[in-house]
Design a protein around this ligand. Structure first.
Ligand SMILES: Cc1cc2nc3c(=O)[nH]c(=O)nc-3n(C[C@H](O)[C@H](O)[C@H](O)COP(=O)(O)OP(=O)(O)OC[C@H]3O[C@@H](n4cnc5c(N)ncnc54)[C@H](O)[C@@H]3O)c2cc1C
Length: 438
């Protein structure tokens, strides 16, 4: 369990040694015209708001860099209302023609595995990831080429290979497949809790409380945030990793850069002897053209099967968070085709969360455009979880202005600015059932 500190009702949360500390300069330091962060490293007092995967890893990385860090979350770390609160998330290297994200995914996976060892817990199941290729799509062929060039293990399976190796998945109309033997499933919520536990073990502080909007500003800085119980947290730097709540917190700064789409998640019961649907027999599978994906059954949870096309736009605090009957029907249609033996199995678990969608599917990791001591990270666009450790590594370097770090900022792809729409890094995003009924 993550030890959390309930707010004690005091009005200030300044770092006790802050007066003895050198006040770190956090005004923008420009390299090539791009703000890179504070120009002094070490000894900062940092408040990280939001303990999902991005906040948890950013807090841990800042702590490891020697800073005094408080992590605040309105529902507590490992909650089920944030996007990181699901049971499982895919870790895969394929990102079509892009070679940035495969590198980050591999680096992040190493850090997840290090965390597993440190925590003595299983956080990742290396089931492999199979991409079902659709005629006319180039995503998988591009991925195969990029991963091969990068030296990341990847296999090309013919239709017959697939039918032989995964007979329980009907591969009709799948001419070939890309198989990532080192991909698999991260146990998401458990992994976030383990990250926060690690942060606490390394001297970090965790508080449960909601930072209220609007964020108070003094000139060009934040200086302090208020919690819903009246307490105030002061710091040298503030990091906001509030997932799908970010547009509510920073409507002016973000505009329509991040849009929250409700996504429905379903688990279906597997037959009593369900070994064919466990990770030893069934990889994670992704149908790029069909915008559908699924996981083998882990920990008795049943087979997960979900659409990847964008769900309705809803504000998190106003959403009923109910999985739509239409989505369950859509999942059954896919099961009927791909896993006929499961098509009429009962739904044993449903859940909803939000894709925080940016127009170009690149994350947002940048300094607030006006507030010199505030950084914003989010816009996971349905593919950020696996990268969490490296997002934290990158963001911590950005906050302290370390442009010599191995994962070094700045990187313009994450900037807060208007973006051109471009293809998703997950699937085609098209809903083939809608197209069929049109
Ligand atoms: C259905 C679904 C499937 C996905 N599949 C994958 C996948 O297979 N692989 C993958 O890599 N990624 C996947 N993703 C994306 C990934 O899960 C998210 O992008 C990622 O978890 C977002 O993490 P985050 O830390 O930005 O936000 P969150 O996890 O939402 O964390 C934000 C935190 O901020 C807190 N907070 C918000 N407002 C405040 C406030 N005012 N004060 C204090 N605390 C606050 C919340 O309580 C929350 O805990 C998927 C997402 C969804 C929804």
């Amino acid at each position: 369990m993550v030890p959390t500190k309930q707010p004690s009702g005091t009005t200030s949360h300044k770092h006790p040694h802050r007066t003895a500390q050198r006040r770190i300069r956090t005004r923008p330091h420009r390299v090539g015209g791009i703000p890179t962060g504070a120009d002094t490293i070490g000894g900062m007092r940092v408040v990280v708001v939001g303990a999902g995967v991005m906040g948890a890893w950013t807090a841990l990385w800042l702590r490891r860099r020697g800073h005094v860090v408080t992590l605040v979350d309105r529902f507590g770390p490992g909650n089920q209302l944030g996007s990181s609160g699901d049971e499982s998330r895919i870790s895969r290297s394929s990102h079509g023609p892009d070679s940035h994200y495969p590198r980050w995914q591999r680096r992040a996976l190493t850090q997840w595995r290090d965390l597993e060892r440190a925590a003595g817990l299983q956080l990742f199941e290396q089931s492999g990831v199979a991409w079902l290729v659709s005629e006319g799509e180039t995503f998988e062929a591009d991925s195969l080429r990029v991963l091969t060039d990068l030296g990341i293990p990847v296999e090309r399976w013919s239709h017959d290979d697939f039918a032989r190796r995964v007979p329980q998945l009907n591969a009709d109309a799948v001419p070939w497949a890309v198989f990532e033997p080192e991909g698999g499933a991260l146990f998401a919520r458990k992994a976030v809790v383990a990250t926060v536990d690690r942060f606490v073990a390394e001297g970090g502080e965790v508080i449960t409380g909601r930072v209220v909007a609007p964020i108070d500003e003094r000139g060009d800085a934040v200086d302090a945030v208020r919690l819903d119980d009246g307490r105030t947290l002061t710091a040298d730097a503030f990091v906001f990793t509030c997932g799908p709540w970010l547009p509510d917190l920073f409507p002016g700064a973000l505009g329509d850069l991040i849009t929250p789409h409700r996504q429905d998640v379903m688990h279906f019961a597997v037959p009593r002897d369900g070994r064919a649907y466990g990770p030893e027999s069934l990889p994670v599978w992704i149908d790029f053209g069909g915008s559908f994906y699924g996981f083998p059954t882990f920990n008795g949870l049943g087979l997960k099967a979900c659409p990847d096309w964008l769900g309705p736009i809803e504000r998190c605090d106003e959403s009923a968070r109910a999985c739509a009957d239409a989505t369950v029907d859509a999942a059954r249609q896919v099961l009927r085709r791909r896993f006929p033996a499961l098509a009429d199995q009962p739904v044993v678990h449903t859940w909803t969360c939000f894709y925080e969608v940016t127009p170009d599917a690149n994350f947002v990791i940048d300094r607030h455009p006006r507030l010199a001591d505030a950084w914003i990270a989010g816009g996971g666009t349905g593919h950020a979880f696996k990268h969490g450790p490296v997002i934290g590594e990158y963001l911590s370097a950005l906050v302290v202005g370390d442009s010599t770090a191995e994962v070094a900022p700045p990187d313009d792809r994450f900037a807060i600015r208007a973006r051109q729409p471009s293809p998703s890094f997950r699937t085609s995003g098209r809903n083939p059932l809608e197209a069929a009924s049109a």
